[in-house]
Ligand binder design. Structure first.
Ligand code: NAP
Length: 300
């Protein structure tokens, strides 16, 4: 078996999803008599955040979603930012609002997320949206990264029912929503973290292993079961031989001979995250205007 056929090609999956989103954009435009739209707020000078926002806006514009980029200085007060969001909540023609994280230390991430209208919360981080996901409802906004992971898993493996899925990492934006999505697909789920004792004892049982740790190449072949499917969420920037490299949380070369399928970094989860943001934006443009929305990620 060559290594190529073991790779889950996130670029290709994201292109396919974007093609479906483009059709929904046209349908939304017909119904609403305007294009779907997203407002993206960027605060401060974080280089990675700037790149993420640039890519999100570029993709939106390419597929007919109107985007409004709002750049604010890191000195902005929490109150001023809350007022900006209130104003965007009130604008009828704005379907989605995204505040790029992380925020400066003096601003409460929780307060900001809570202030976004849940119907416009295209990141899916508002407690109402996370609560719906926890209850097993997929009709709210679902965080983009886990949504992209479940999309690829369903496309690659078909039914996930009965599989053991272990997640390494319990963040609110990846690990926890990932567990809810896998549970909804009838996986038996385990979530692990930095205090987990005997981590490999859990990961070695996983038919599906999700690595969302933030530590370059942490997972090697001693952590995985033969023929496991691995989703590597990690994005770790490292300088190697004077070149900037992006590494995943999984040591790809070390595990490849043992796995069934694996997402590479880059070219795996990353492109799917942006495609899912576009999906959530167009979904918001249907739902907040009370138009029926046919789910394409779970029902296809
Ligand atoms: P995070 O909030 O820092 O969470 C990391 C998680 O890993 C925590 O739950 C932590 O446990 C756990 N962890 C840390 N060291 C561990 C260890 N030695 N053993 C077991 N668990 C350990 O990170 P995140 O926001 O979820 O992101 C995770 C990674 O995904 C990062 O590399 C990030 O850049 C990447 N990411 C990629 C995308 C994408 O689009 N591809 C999107 C989001 C994030 P504790 O809770 O106990 O501290």
């Amino acid at each position: 078996m060559t290594n190529d056929i073991k790779i889950i090609d996130g670029i290709n999956h994201s292109k396919n999803l974007i093609e479906s989103v483009k059709k929904l954009v046209l349908k939304s435009e017909k119904l609403n008599k305007r294009k779907p739209s997203i407002a993206v707020i960027l605060i401060g000078e974080n280089l990675a955040s700037k790149i993420y926002v640039k890519n999100k806006i570029k993709t939106a514009e390419k597929i007919g979603i109107v985007s409004k980029r709002i750049t604010l200085p890191s000195s902005i007060s929490e109150k001023e930012l809350l007022n900006k969001i209130k104003n965007l909540n009130e604008q009828r023609e704005i379907d989605g609002i995204l505040v790029q994280l992380p925020l400066p230390d003096h601003i409460s991430e929780y307060k900001i997320i809570l202030s976004i209208d849940p119907k416009k919360d295209v990141d899916g981080f508002h407690p109402i949206n996370l609560g719906n996901l926890f209850l097993g409802n997929n009709n709210g906004m679902i965080p983009c990264t886990p949504l992209g992971c479940i999309y690829m898993l369903k496309k690659e493996l078909g039914s996930l029912s009965g599989l053991n899925a272990t997640i390494v990492g319990r963040s609110n934006i990846v690990g926890k929503p990932m567990q809810s999505l896998l549970l909804k697909e009838n996986c038996t789920t385990t979530i692990t973290h930095s205090n987990t004792r005997n981590l490999s004892g859990f990961t070695q049982k996983a038919d599906i292993l999700i690595a969302a740790i933030g530590m370059a190449e942490f997972i090697d072949n001693s952590y995985i079961k033969n023929e496991a499917t691995i989703i590597d969420v990690g994005i770790n920037r490292k300088k190697i031989n004077d070149k900037n490299k992006i590494l995943g949380d999984v040591n790809f070369d070390n595990v490849i001979s043992k796995v069934n399928l694996i997402t590479p970094v880059p070219g795996g989860v990353g492109p799917m995250t942006i495609a899912c943001l576009m999906y959530n934006t167009v979904k918001a443009s249907f739902l907040r205007n009370d138009y029926e929305f046919k789910e394409i990620i779970f029902d296809e």
